[in-house]
Design a protein around this ligand. Structure first.
Ligand SMILES: [Zn+2]
Length: 114
């Protein structure tokens, strides 16, 4: 897997965490613990840093998908897309496909072979 893909996956992990912190129930909980704002700003700062390291075209693709899906980039498992569970064609598993990110033709999510 390419470094830029690893970065993108890390970025998505951060986005999911940020979403959770922003979630009302979680925010209330964190507020009670006294570190809601600092926690969120640290996450957002890390997100900005990480986003600047991801190639722009890849970042744009991800962000468009992230508007629709919580998980926009995910691994292939058992020759299925873990987003929509459609079975993927064998061309997905050629040697070139193991390096590049693939797009699920059914749901459009970005897929990688772990
Ligand atoms: Zn899919």
């Amino acid at each position: 897997m390419k470094d830029e893909h690893r970065l993108l996956i890390a970025l998505q992990d951060l986005d999911i965490m940020i979403k959770e912190v922003k979630d009302k129930a979680t925010s209330k909980e964190l507020e009670d613990l006294g570190f809601k704002l600092t926690g969120l700003s640290v996450l957002q700062e890390a997100r900005t840093k990480l986003a600047s390291a991801v190639p722009k075209t890849l970042l744009n693709r991800y962000e468009k998908l992230a508007e629709h899906y919580t998980v926009a980039i995910l691994p292939v498992s058992g020759s299925r897309c873990l987003g929509c569970f459609v079975k993927l064609p064998t061309s997905f598993f050629s040697s070139a496909s193991r390096v590049e990110l693939q797009t699920c033709e059914n749901c459009g999510r970005l897929l990688y072979i772990p």
